[in-house]
Design a protein around this ligand. Structure first.
Ligand code: FE2
Ligand code: FE2
Length: 189
C-alpha cells in the first residue's frame, strides 16, 4: 500500500531488484552476441557491476526493514524483449553491434531514471545511508551508458560505413550529412 513515502521507496526498490535480476540473465547473451571486443568487455564488466547492484538493493531493502522480491518489473521485461529481437537477428557485425548498443542504452536510461527517483525519495526521507548506496549504483549506470555511447560513436558506427557491394550503393558521405538549404536564387529586378 502506498500510504507513505517509505512504502513507495520500498516498492521502487522491489521493482529495481527484479529489473536488475532480469538483466543478470540478459547481459551474458548480449556479450556473446557482440562482435566488437570493447563492447563484449563492456557487457561483461557491467554484468559484474549488475551483480553488485542486486546485492546493494537487497541491503537497501533490509535498511527499509523489508525484503526484496515479489514484484515484476514490466518495463524491463519489455526492454529485454526488444533486446531479444536483436539477439535473434543475423547481419553485418557492426550493424548488429549498433543494435545491441541501442537496446542496452535504453536499459541504462531506464535504470538511471529509476535510481534517480529512488535517490530523491531516500533523500527526502533523510535516509543518508540509502542515498549513498543508491548513488553508487546510479553512477555506475551513468558510466556504463557513457561507455556504450563512446564505443558506439568511436568504433561501432564508423565500422558500419562499408560500401555495399550488392549494387545498392551507399550514398556519398556529403549527401548523408544534413546540409543547410541552398539559398534561393536572387531575383533580377
Ligand atoms: Fe544496474
Ligand atoms: Fe545497468
Amino acid at each position: 500500500m502506498l500510504d507513505s513515502l517509505k512504502s513507495l521507496l520500498d516498492e521502487q526498490i522491489k521493482d529495481l531488484y527484479n529489473a536488475e535480476n532480469q538483466l543478470l540473465k540478459a547481459l551474458p547473451k548480449m556479450a556473446k552476441k557482440a562482435s566488437n571486443e570493447k563492447l563484449r568487455v563492456a557487457f561483461e564488466g557491467h554484468l559484474e557491476e549488475t551483480r553488485e547492484h542486486v546485492e546493494r538493493l537487497a541491503s537497501v531493502a533490509t535498511m527499509l526493514e523489508s525484503k526484496p522480491g515479489g514484484k515484476v518489473c514490466k518495463a524491463m521485461q519489455g526492454l529485454i524483449e526488444e533486446g531479444k529481437e536483436v539477439l535473434e537477428q543475423d547481419g553485418e557485425d557492426a550493424v548488429v553491434d549498433a543494435a545491441l548498443i541501442a537496446a542496452a542504452q535504453r536499459v541504462e536510461h531506464y535504470e538511471i531514471a529509476a535510481y534517480t527517483s529512488a535517490c530523491s525519495m531516500a533523500q527526502q526521507l533523510g535516509a543518508t545511508k540509502i542515498v549513498k548506496v543508491l548513488l553508487e549504483t546510479l553512477n555506475e549506470e551513468r558510466a556504463a551508458d557513457e561507455k556504450l555511447g563512446d564505443i558506439s560513436s568511436g568504433e561501432v558506427l564508423p565500422a558500419t560505413d562499408f560500401a555495399a557491394d550488392d549494387g545498392a550503393e551507399a550514398p556519398a558521405k556529403e549527401q548523408r550529412t544534413p546540409r543547410r538549404e541552398a539559398p534561393a536564387p536572387k531575383r533580377r529586378s
